[in-house]
Design a protein around this ligand. Sequence first.
Ligand code: CP
Length: 316
Amino acid sequence: MRHLLSTRELARDEAIALLDIAEDMAAVQHREVKKLPTLRGKTVVNLFFEDSTRTRISFEAAAKRLSADVINFSAKGSSVSKGESLKDTAQTLQAMGADGVVIRHPSSGAPYTLATSGWIDAGVVNAGDGTHEHPTQALLDAFTMRSRLHGAASRGRGLDGVRVVIVGDILHSRVARSNVWLLATLGAEVTLVAPPTLVPVDTGGWPASVVFDLDEALASGPDVVMMLRIQAERMHGAFFPNSREYARTWGLDDARFSQLPTATMVMHPGPMNRGLEISALAADSAQSTVREQVANGVSVRMAALYLLLSSERGEA
Ligand code: CP
């Protein structure tokens, strides 16, 4: 694997292989010494043009646990504010010896540009681009579902027949897009639930069904309910319905949560708007996988960096 840019382009065997390597990496997290020498001598640059807590820190932890050197770049406080371009920024970091670049950018397609333009030689990982994709988030979500459902028997398995309901701001969600493609590839049945104003116009080609009534979607007792963040920063003042109406109609509030089967997993990629898309009762319950998702993110990102950068793997 040369780059990891989207889940849409991942074949089933590639996705399962990455999840299986993440299982091995998760086992390392439970050892007293959590480090592997695999990427010793390699340099990973975290190139973040948008804010992040989970993704940036977990990529840093993943690279360090594989013994890589890590350079953290944040656009805030950098020469980007003086007008420096993505190309010049990336080439500056390449000149400092980057073998891998993990990029988050507000523009959909920026990681593709970096990977295909010839500006740099490094392997590129998409850590979230605009409203397009966030592939490692979807991979850690799939890893979390597989672990909860199949435990020690997860290896080699997909998510065949698993019923996943994804709820919320689908329009602006790169997490939803990456999940739709990956979950379908792994055999899951995906239903999207949102207000009509927060559904993209092009979902006709997506391997998912779209409904507008959350209570109807939850009545079937899905295996997984994934709540998405309302992305106020991308609404440009046009958030409709308003927050109170949204919480009442599309939020996983206490009443809806209490009616879910106890086996239904409650997921959220974070950061959460508590009281808007998810109640504290749901977020902090035993059914919630929110903290597991964060922990699994390190293992999945170790697997991604290993696949891209390990010389043991050559150009496979
Ligand atoms: N889930 C996610 O991408 O979180 P951050 O924005 O904190 O990285």
